[in-house]
Design a protein around this ligand. Structure first.
Ligand code: ZN
Length: 160
């Protein structure tokens, strides 16, 4: 890491701290030559292999823009999308691989999106899983209904 002030190739780490989400480390550095201070942010590399075969760095912004389309007209805020994108990044990083394909990202989106908004979930799933018949929608909706039923059984309603 070159000093941004004098281009000296050496720098000394004077402080390191992990970001709140635990996904990156911010290091405060000082140049031993000119004394200039600067910060670097280090993250483990995570690349996405697109269907076209192109490899690009994982981007939370891309996850958000994909999900944002499915959320049009739904009560989902930008903050919700940011939380979802963070959850997706954490879950794909947990697989431990540094390269994942877009399919795995789609799968990682489905779970948290379903909790966020079921209509957006159905829209996203219909594109991602290429629903092409009404039966595909029906079975996805049946699945949601079945899960609602299951959740109701363990309800703590009235327990306060
Ligand atoms: Zn310097």
């Amino acid at each position: 890491m070159h000093c941004p002030f004098c281009r000296n190739p050496d720098s000394r780490v004077i402080d390191s701290r992990t970001s709140d989400d635990g996904l990156s480390i911010r290091r405060r550095r000082q140049c031993p030559k000119c004394g200039g201070r600067f910060s670097t942010i280090e993250t483990a590399s995570l690349n996405v292999i697109k269907r076209s075969g192109v490899i690009e760095p994982f981007s939370r912004e891309k996850v958000m823009s994909g999900v944002r389309k499915a959320c049009q007209g739904r009560p989902v805020t930008e903050a919700d999308l940011a939380v979802l994108a963070q959850a997706v990044e954490e879950s794909v990083r947990q697989t431990g691989s540094s390269q994942i394909d877009t399919n795995e990202i789609g799968l990682a989106i489905l779970g948290p999106l379903r909790h966020l908004d079921e209509i957006a979930y159905l829209r996203f799933a219909s594109v991602y899983q290429a629903f092409d018949t009404l039966e595909d929608f029906e079975s996805a909706i049946d699945q949601l209904r079945a899960d609602h039923h299951g959740a109701g059984a363990g309800s703590t309603h009235g327990a306060e």
